[in-house]
Design a protein around this ligand. Sequence first.
Ligand code: ADP
Ligand code: MG
Length: 351
Amino acid sequence: VPVKEPPKIQRLDESVVNRIAAGEVIQRPVSAVKELIENSLDAGSTSINVVVKDGGLKLIQVSDDGHGIRFEDLPILCERHTTSKLSKFEDLQSIQSMGFRGEALASMTYVGHVTVTTITKGQLHGYRVSYRDGVMEHEPKACAAVKGTQIMIENLFYNMTARRKTLQNSADDYPKIVDLLSRFAIHHINVSFSCRKHGAARADVHSVATASRLDAIRSVYGVSVARNLMTIEASDDDPSSSVFKMDGFISNSNYIAKKITMVLFINGRLVDCSSLKRAIEIVYAATLPKASKPFIYMSVMLPPAHVDVNVHPTKREVSLLNQEIIIEKIQSAVESKLRNSNESRTFQEQV
Ligand code: ADP
Ligand code: MG
């Protein structure tokens, strides 16, 4: 067998490196929408409006009424690792904002065409500027603007043929975007959200700021969900086991659904926790005679130092200190609430 020559090792072009990294942060259109909404929330917005064309592949546009972006910051806005939210690693321990990597906007410019329009308080006009591969394409142009920031991404994944193809073939991301907005809308009840397809008169998510979470759930998920919910709470403040506080809503025994809806925020971050989800599903399956899947909204607060938000670039997954104990406590709170409501229902049916 002839010995093969070792292939030569080369340094990748920076633009190639950046595009590969960008494809990890922005996996699909809905990931871009999530990053943009989190930026709008971080900017203190009270109104966030999303417009989507072709499942986000042609256009994603997020407009907010937040604090805007300084003119002086526009040149580095879309460079990788530029952020107004973090300055040293230790800050991660106490981070309140949802962003901190300074990667989202940069990533979008490596896999799409990004245009930013923004105005800050006290200015007579705003600025508009487009970005490609991390840099401004031209000097910012003065333009009319009301309040806040509008970010537009066009032709997402135009330079990633394989990604574009698989996304075009699979069911488009619009339902996922609607689902995402719905989740944000029932957590951030002091913010109004809307989401529509480009050119559509009707919005598919439309929430108005309210003081009542149940009202928000009713307006987003419908009456049939809202009328079958019960409040739930659990907490622990024993440093030797776990420290947390949870409150939310869970569906009662009258609620019927084929699929679980689990909306989970941990320290204000929309996350997935499959072990908690499974633990709750088990309780429902064991307690309710009918095999209905639950609707769950939970907001869990923990000491910031107990949550590692830095596990993954998409920040979708977090790891918690004492996760097993917390899950057990939440599980037993759900179980007793459900058992009580189920017993009182059975009792009512009998009399
Ligand atoms: P990160 O959110 O991790 O800081 P991003 O790339 O998402 O990184 O955003 C970079 C910076 O751009 C933010 O730190 C923020 O200062 C600014 N920014 C982005 N979006 C908005 C917005 N909608 N309103 C105001 N500032 C914004
Ligand atoms: Mg961000």
